[in-house]
Design a protein around this ligand. Structure first.
Ligand SMILES: [Zn+2]
Length: 120
């Protein structure tokens, strides 16, 4: 995992870009790849957070009768790892990341969007 994601190192220079509320603000950017840092409060999580969420969902379902297998969890994690920006907390927005997670979980399980969302 993560061979496409290096450790971003912020430039000293800033680039002025609109934030989510449309105001121009100075953003740091990575001096090796040029990725612009997300400076909003809509922060993304690392992959470990979502692995924990999947474990919590599994515990909950096991208690209720068990509908999430280890094989499904492995497929979900594999797909999340294959998306190069998913766990890139430097650039990724939390809301976009949650949406990707829910879509991937739904692809491999029959779980509803609101059910998955309730664990995030
Ligand atoms: Zn970079």
């Amino acid at each position: 995992m993560g061979d496409k994601i290096h450790i971003h190192r912020s430039s000293h220079d800033r680039v002025w870009l609109p934030t989510l509320n449309g105001l121009l603000e100075p953003h740091p950017f990575c001096r090796s790849c040029g990725a612009v840092k997300n400076i909003s409060s809509d922060k993304a999580h690392g992959l470990g957070y979502f692995i924990n969420v999947l474990a919590e969902i599994k515990r909950h379902l096991d208690y209720k009768g068990g509908k999430l297998s280890q094989a499904q969890i492995r497929l979900i994690i594999k797909e999340l790892e294959s998306r190069e920006d998913f766990a890139d907390t430097y650039v990724m927005l939390g809301s976009v990341q949650r949406n990707i997670f829910i879509n991937v979980v739904q692809k491999y399980t029959g779980l509803s969007r609101s059910f998955v969302e309730s664990f995030l």
